[in-house]
Design a protein around this ligand. Structure first.
Ligand SMILES: [Zn+2]
Length: 83
């Protein structure tokens, strides 16, 4: 059987509020009140928050619902091509 037709799928961005990302965000939020008395702390707070956001964003293939990484073009689970 020959398959010439390429399957196409979309990468769905999904925010997950659990796991390592939320730990970074939690400490980032904790740093904000400290930054009121110690302004340089705001830098650490922002860094923690941004890192936390990046870690908590996951991508999902809308064809098979498999978890995929941000930069890939082909779904490792169902071999769909992302547009
Ligand atoms: Zn897939």
């Amino acid at each position: 059987m020959q398959q010439n037709k390429q399957k196409k799928a979309k990468k769905v961005k999904k925010s997950v509020f659990c796991g390592t990302g939320s730990i970074y965000q939690f400490f980032g939020v904790l740093c904000f009140p400290i930054s009121l008395v110690f302004p340089p702390m705001i830098i650490l707070a922002v860094i923690l928050f941004v890192v936390g956001c990046n870690k908590s964003v996951k991508y999902q293939c809308d064809n098979c619902n498999g978890e995929v990484s941000k930069n890939i073009k082909i779904c490792p689970w169902c071999k769909s091509f992302f547009e």
